[in-house]
Design a protein around this ligand. Sequence first.
Ligand code: PLP
Length: 373
Amino acid sequence: MNLFDVYSLFDVTPVKAQGCKVWDDKGQEYLDLYGGHAVISVGHSHPDYVKALTDQLGKIGFYSNSVINPLQEELASKLGKACGYEDYTLFLDNSGAESNENAAKLASFHTGKDRIIAFHKSFHGRTSGAVALTDNPNIVSPFNSHHKVTFCDLNDAEGVEKELKKGDVAGVIIEGIQGCGGINLPTTEFMQALESLCHKYGCVLILDEVQSGYGRTGKFFAHQWAGVKPGIITMGKGIANGFPCGGILISPEFKAVKGMLGTTFGGNYLAMAAALSVLDIMEKEDLVENARKVGEYIKNNIPASPKIKEVRGRGLMLGIEFNEEVAPIRKALLFDKHIFTGVAGKNMVRLLAPLCLTMEQAEVFINALKEVL
Ligand code: PLP
């Protein structure tokens, strides 16, 4: 049987990884500034993480959500403290897309309304409901287009209010920082306006922190830079450092009803052991602050070049926008300098390094980029 051929692949086969380094099957070492799309938060194969997962596997790997799993409660308690949302509740699922679907569903249950506002250039995932929230015509099927979703311009509060006035909007979903759409930052004023508009018109502000959350931008969640409090926060990617896991944080005004949400694998023992270990390591190694510091250093030291239009982002969520297509630059970084980076669109190199990236490793990248340019 062949694989269903939907991914464009680089001819690299990683077989080992440690911290921010990856080795391929020929023994070549790489510096990882992408973390597999922002997934590697505490670094590859962290010894505490490996131990937590293997210890758990030796005890119990899986049962179901019809019995008490104390690890879920432990995670809720630690996560509440780590992110500052101790009064919120946690629902655990398996991925970013699932988290966003659950958030949209919950907003709709809560308000009794059925339309969602999302933003141009948004990305919220690949499952049917999450694609419907995503502004990318290449991935929308006829089926997805039947969902009631309206796209507004980022940072246009008036445009959003025009839609909310119609009275049928259950929720507004926005990324903490737009990732796949090109590292676009909502302004503080816009986030604050969204928060008050959602209160005014009785709809739910949903913050998609799947890519921008979990310490990546130098605060636990990117929206915390704007000082707003969403009704629902969605998570995925870095939450368990590569073990599939997602979740949503739900404000206390929501009432849980038995059977409202559910999943087979969400909150399983292995995912919980991984997620608990991630929070422990983040705290022990002060990784949120490291992401802020090292990210700022990179941002301020990207070499000046007529090829570069703008450097955007926060912490270790950075986009270097070029005046030309970046495919050759990215290839040179990978095959000549042995550095993994990502892209957003055709003209942007996107960096989503593990949060444990060191200043020295940042310097290696800056010098490599200088040489490639
Ligand atoms: N939301 C955002 C902002 C994302 O960047 C992504 C993935 O890139 C998702 C949701 C979907 O997450 P997953 O691929 O885990 O379903």
